[in-house]
Write a protein of this length. Structure first.
Length: 194
């Protein structure tokens, strides 16, 4: 005995037979004009479901991500501007400190130079005074020695002249005439030297 077919099974069999007939006609099922209406209905249903899903779920998420990104970029740009301002302020402070340090160094160098110059001038003046005093003392000693030598030279010249005259003439001259002759010769030599 054959089992009774239900209505659903007979519909499936009819659909399969219809599909076979269509396949046998050589037409691709989605391009079959008899099937366009159900395809369009399903297209509208699926497109509507996707549109609803995109507008309610995916697009708000994407918009949230983009808004968070915009916010993060704006915050990063603000932070970068603040850091740039801080760096500029730090650079200006560095330049100011460097200029002050240079000015202080120049002032200290000038003060040191002036101090050393004053000390060297003081030492030079003291040394000049000491050398001038030594020079004056040496000149006095030389003058004293010259005076003593000249006094001795005059007496030596007188003694020598007396001995020479005695030896050459055989007579002894008197001391006063020899002293006068030596003095006259010395005066003549002094005038010629000047």
């Amino acid at each position: 005995m054959a089992s009774p077919q239900t209505a659903a099974e007979s519909a499936v069999v009819k659909t399969e037979l219809a599909g076979d007939a269509t396949h046998q006609a050589g037409v691709f099922p989605p391009f079959d004009a008899h099937n366009f209406l159900p395809q369009i209905i399903w297209l509208v249903i699926i497109f509507g479901a996707l549109y609803w899903l995109m507008s309610r779920v995916a697009l708000p998420r994407v918009e949230g991500i983009l808004e968070a990104r915009r916010h993060r970029l704006a915050k990063d740009l603000d932070d970068a501007a603040k850091m740039q301002a801080q760096a500029k302020a730090a650079g200006e402070a560095y330049d100011k400190t460097l200029a002050e340090a240079r000015a202080r160094a120049q002032t200290m160098a000038q003060q040191t130079h002036d101090k050393l110059h004053a000390e060297s001038e003081t030492k030079r003046h003291a040394l000049d005074a000491e050398l001038n005093a030594k020079l004056a003392s040496a000149e006095r000693q030389i003058d004293d020695m010259r005076t003593r030598a000249m006094t001795n030279v005059a007496s030596i010249a007188e003694d020598t002249a007396m001995v020479l005259v005695d030896h050459l003439t055989g007579r002894r001259p008197d001391r006063q005439s020899v002293s006068a002759a030596v003095a006259a010769t010395s005066a003549t030599s002094a005038v010629k030297a000047n």
